[in-house]
Design a protein around this ligand. Structure first.
Ligand code: ATP
Length: 608
C-alpha cells in the first residue's frame, strides 16, 4: 500500500459497488462493518500518500531555506512622514536586494535578501516571512526579529493596525489555518509574551495585579529567571504559557499582551516601545507516536536610538540605554555566530539568553531591519544597515558570482514549484481524508441508533432495521415520495404487511401491523473526485436488516428487501428461530441511546 502511494497511485475503491458485488444473491444488503473497513483501507492509502508528500515538501522546504540561508535579512523602508508639501529627495534609494545611501560625504551600498520599499504592504512582508513558519510547524525553532532605529516601523511591521494586520497576527492565523488543513498531524499551540525591560523580564500575560515596571521604578518583583536545560533548550521560569485552542483565543491573549507593553512618548515616536517585546508561540505537533515541540519567537526589538536626538531624560533615557546595551549584545552574538566561534556570548544580555536556542544551529531566523527615508536619520540608517550586514554574513556563502547567483535562482524556483505542487496535492488529499473519515463516523453512528431503537421496545417489541442504505433520505423529495406511497398502501409500506407465514405463527388478529417499529439508517457519503484519487460513492440501493430479540444484544442479518415481512410482534420470537433467507453477515452490537421519534418517522417514511 505504502509503495503504491509512493508512486502516486491511490487505489480508492468504491465501497458500495464493492460490497454489492460481494453479495451472492442479489447484492441488496451491505455488510455494514465491511463497508467501514473498506473506507478505512482507503483512508490508510490516502494517509500513506500524504506522509510521502509531506516528507517531500519538508525536504524541499529544508533545501530551499538552506539555499536562501538560515538567517535571512530583509530591509523595510518606512514611508516618509514629512508633513511639508515640498518633496525632499530621500538619501535612500532601493532596488530589489540593494540599498544605496547617498548624502554629503556619505556613499554606502548594502545588500540584503529582500528590500521592501516605502510602498510595500504588510502582505508583501508576510509573503516573505511565511515559508519560515512552515519550518516552525516542521519542528525547527524559528525567530522573526524586527530591528531598527526608533520610529521606523518595527511595531507597525510586527503588530500592524486593525485594518493592516502585522506579521504576528498573520503568523498566528497561518499556524491555525495550516493546523486545520493538515490531517497528517495534530497541532496544539500555546502563547507566552514577555518584555525585556531595563535588563529584566516581565510577563505580559501574567494576572493583572502584577505591578507595571514604569509605574513602580526599580521594581524587580516581576523579574523572571532564565533556565537552560541540559538538552540546550531555554525556559523562562514562571512565564505564563497559555494554551490557545483556537484563533480567537490566541488573538485575545495576544491583544492582552500588547496592551501591557511599556510605551512612552519621545521626540521621535509618540508611542515608542521602551522595551523588547517577545511573543512566543510553542507548537506541539503530534504525528503518530512522536511529539515534536518547537518555538516561534516573534520579536519587536526596542528602537536603537541616539539619546540626544530622542530628547530622552530620566527613566526614558535609562530605558534607551538598556535597549542599546542589549542590542549591542545581540550584535555580538551575531558576530560570534558569523565567525563560527566556539563561544557565543549569549549570556551578556537577557534578550540573547532567551533567544539562545533559536538563533544558532538548526534554527531559522528572519531579521527585518527598518530604516527611515529621511535625511536627518542617515547616521542611524547606516548603523542599522551595518547591523544587517553583520547578520547576513553569518552565512558565509552570501557573496556569489553572477553565474552562481543565476543557478541559485533557478534551483530556488524549482524548489518553490516542488513545494507548491506538493501543497496543492496535500490540500486535495486532506479534503479526501476528511470526507472519508466523516463517512466512517456516519456509518459507525448507524449501529448505536439502531440498537437503541431496537432495545427501546416498551409495548412494541418488534423492530426492524434497514441499515446501510445510502440515500438522501432526508430530502424533501424523498419524504414526499414516501408519503405518497404510504397513502397509497395504507399506513405502512407494502412490504411490511404480514406474510401468511407470520400470521399463522403469531395470530394475525391479535398482532396488528399498524405500528411496526422501524428505523432506516440514514447515511450519505460524498466526496469530490480529484486527480487520480476518486472518491465518488454513488447512492447504494443495498439494504441490511437487523432483527432484534429485544435483548441488549442485537443481531444484524442480511436479507433481500423483498423478503422483509414484518408482522407486528412476530420478529422477536421468530428472529432467532425462524428460517431466514441465508444470513450472510452477523455482528453483535450494543443498544445505545433512543433515536428521536421524529427520526424514526422520517426514516420510515423514506422507505421504498
Ligand atoms: N510601513 C508603514 N506604513 C505606514 N505607517 C507606518 C509604516 N511604518 C511605520 N509607520 C508609522 O510610523 C509610526 C512609528 O512606527 P512604529 O511605532 O511602528 O515605530 P517603531 O520602530 O516601533 O518605534 P519604537 O522603536 O520607538 O517603538 C507609527 O505611527 C506607524 O503607524
Amino acid at each position: 500500500m505504502e509503495k503504491e502511494a509512493m508512486e502516486g497511485h491511490v487505489n480508492v475503491m468504491l465501497p458500495q459497488e464493492n460490497l454489492r458485488s460481494d453479495l451472492p444473491n442479489g447484492g441488496i444488503v451491505l455488510g455494514h462493518d465491511k463497508e467501514i473497513s473498506t473506507l478505512q483501507e482507503e483512508i490508510s492509502a490516502l494517509r500513506s500518500r500524504q506522509r510521502h508528500l509531506n516528507r517531500r515538501r519538508r525536504e524541499a522546504l529544508g533545501k530551499l531555506i538552506d539555499l536562501k540561508g538560515s538567517i535571512r535579512v530583509f530591509c523595510r523602508v518606512r514611508p516618509s512622514i514629512s508633513t511639508s508639501n515640498i518633496k525632499i529627495k530621500s538619501p535612500v534609494t532601493v532596488e530589489q536586494e540593494n540599498i544605496a545611501v547617498r548624502a554629503v560625504g556619505i556613499k554606502k551600498d548594502s545588500s540584503v535578501d529582500r528590500v521592501f520599499d516605502q510602498e510595500s504592504t504588510q502582505d508583501d512582508v508576510f509573503h516573505e516571512v511565511k515559508p519560515i513558519l512552515r519550518s516552525a510547524l516542521d519542528g525547527h525553532n524559528v525567530c522573526i526579529l524586527a530591528f531598527g532605529q526608533t520610529g521606523t516601523g518595527k511595531t507597525y511591521t510586527m503588530e500592524g493596525t486593525s485594518d493592516n494586520l502585522g506579521a504576528v497576527p498573520r503568523a498566528i492565523q497561518e499556524l491555525f489555518s495550516h493546523a486545520a488543513q493538515d490531517t497528517s498531524s495534530t497541532y496544539s499551540f500555546s502563547i507566552s509574551m514577555l518584555e525585556v525591560y531595563m535588563g529584566s523580564l516581565r510577563d505580559l500575560l501574567a494576572p493583572r495585579q502584577q505591578p507595571l515596571f514604569r509605574s513602580i521604578e526599580g521594581n524587580t518583583t516581576c523579574n523572571l529567571s532564565i533556565l537552560a536545560t541540559t538538552s540546550g533548550s531555554v525556559q523562562v521560569e514562571g512565564l505564563t504559557d497559555v494554551a490557545v485552542p483556537d484563533l480567537k483565543k490566541a488573538n485575545q491573549w495576544y491583544c492582552r499582551g500588547r496592551r501591557s507593553r511599556s510605551t512612552s512618548g519621545t521626540n521621535v515616536n509618540n508611542v515608542s516601545s521602551r522595551s523588547h517585546c517577545l511573543t512566543r508561540i510553542t507548537i506541539r505537533r503530534c504525528g503518530g507516536v512522536t511529539e515534536q515541540v518547537s518555538k516561534l519567537w516573534l520579536v519587536d526589538l526596542g528602537g536603537s536610538e541616539r539619546l540626544l536626538k530622542t530628547g530622552a531624560s530620566g527613566l526614558t533615557m535609562d530605558e534607551g540605554k538598556a535597549i542599546n546595551l542589549s542590542l549591542s549584545a545581540l550584535g555580538d552574538v551575531i558576530a560570534a555566530l558569523r565567525r563560527k566561534r566556539s563561544h557565543v556570548p549569549y549570556r551578556n544580555s537577557k534578550l540573547t539568553q532567551i533567544l539562545s536556542d533559536s538563533l544558532g544551529d538548526g534554527s531559522k531566523v528572519v531579521m527585518v531591519v527598518h530604516i527611515s527615508p529621511s535625511k536627518d536619520d542617515v547616521g542611524e540608517t547606516i548603523c542599522s544597515l551595518g547591523f544587517a550586514k553583520r547578520a547576513r554574513l553569518i552565512e558565509s556563502s552570501r557573496e556569489l558570482s553572477e553565474d552562481l547567483k543565476m543557478l541559485k535562482r533557478k534551483r530556488l524556483a524549482e524548489l518553490d514549484k516542488e513545494i507548491c505542487d506538493a501543497e496543492q496535492e496535500l490540500g486535495v488529499l486532506n479534503e479526501q481524508i476528511r470526507s472519508a473519515e466523516r463517512s466512517v463516523e456516519e456509518r459507525k453512528k448507524l449501529s448505536p441508533s439502531v440498537c437503541q431503537a431496537l432495545s427501546d421496545d416498551k409495548g412494541s417489541p418488534r423492530s426492524i432495521l434497514v441499515a446501510g442504505h445510502i440515500d438522501a433520505v432526508d430530502s424533501p423529495q424523498a419524504t414526499e415520495r414516501a408519503k405518497s406511497r404510504m397513502a397509497h398502501h395504507g399506513s405502512v409500506p407494502h412490504f411490511m404487511s404480514a406474510t401468511v407465514c407470520s400470521r399463522q405463527r403469531h395470530g394475525a388478529a391479535s398482532h396488528s401491523v399498524s405500528k411496526p417499529r422501524l428505523t432506516r439508517s440514514v447515511n450519505t457519503y460524498s466526496s469530490k473526485p480529484s486527480g487520480s484519487q476518486s472518491f465518488s460513492h454513488s447512492a447504494s440501493k443495498a439494504k441490511s436488516v437487523a432483527l432484534s430479540s429485544g435483548e441488549p444484544r442485537l443481531k444484524y442479518l442480511s436479507v433481500k428487501s423483498d423478503q422483509i415481512n414484518v408482522s407486528s410482534n412476530s420478529i422477536d420470537s421468530t428472529a432467532a428461530s425462524a428460517p431466514r433467507p441465508r444470513p450472510r453477515e452477523s455482528l453483535v452490537s450494543r443498544p445505545v441511546q433512543r433515536a428521536p421519534l421524529h427520526q424514526h418517522r422520517r426514516r420510515m417514511s423514506c422507505l421504498t
